[in-house]
Design a protein around this ligand. Sequence first.
Ligand code: SF4
Length: 326
Amino acid sequence: MKIKCIYGPHPSRCWGYSLGIDPLMPPRKCPYNCIYCPITPWYFKKTVQPQLYVSPEKISEELDEFICLNGCVYNTIMIWGMGDPLLNFHTPLIIEKVKKISLNYGCSERVVLRTTGYMLAEKWVEPVFRTTDYILIPLDVVGEPRKLLIDPLDRAKIYLLRKTIHSLPKYAKRKIYAEVNMFRNEWFNPGESRYLLELVATLNSIGISKVFLKTINRPGRTPDIKPLRGKQLVKARKILEEEGIDVKICSSTPEQNIILAGDIEESIYNHVLRKPLSVKEVIKVYGNEGVVYAERLVEQGRLEKINWSSEIYFIPKKSLDIFMGG
Ligand code: SF4
């Protein structure tokens, strides 16, 4: 089964239907190992060193093929996949091409880049400030718990991120938002005021005043993390806003369902490699038939089913050899 660079579109709570563009491919490459990371928690490369991975031509070809088959069934193009997209030197050119192709077909031109942010001051990255609409930096756990929950490389410390963002010109900084993922486990609850105030202090020191706030909604590197919903999320929002942060809350997925054309089994497999999918999400994007295909992928030993937070999720099978290379 082909591993593709394009997956979804994913029914996102922040971005509507968001077509994923993965410039890295398995295994995951990232300077972090977040506890809530939905991808390949069993094997990954921890790095801040960019290399040449997926070429712009390969992504153009796949995007062309996707739009010809399905049309403009997405509201957003999300540049993110197996880790930090700015670990591929080609990514600025990939974004340029993707934007051009999407516009040529008359599709949405909202482009979001999700990155840890450490490469943003590099000269070769500069074009992304012109071609993207939002640059999202995951920033939720600061202080002592960060070591355990985000597990960053030494070269991915907060003071280095601060240094990088401070060095950017104003027009570039305007595109930067923090993505705050709320979750809890038995010893940590970021919704507590002391953690939120520490987070606000860090955001202020870095110079980020706009956040997308959401709770986790799928399993991560350990199954014991849980979402932070309801009153606790409302309280978190209130505290952040009282401290002067502009908060956009991500809470509801698009209402309408879409049904994709093409090789559904392959599409589900590629989607799940980047994001475990609940049964409801499979139906939303691939129809009831999608569940049959997902079950078939379980029988083939490519996916497995787990129960997380009272829902059934399809996740990649741990033993898949695609996670071992690279
Ligand atoms: S959630 Fe994002 S930042 Fe965290 S490890 Fe996964 S890819 Fe990296």
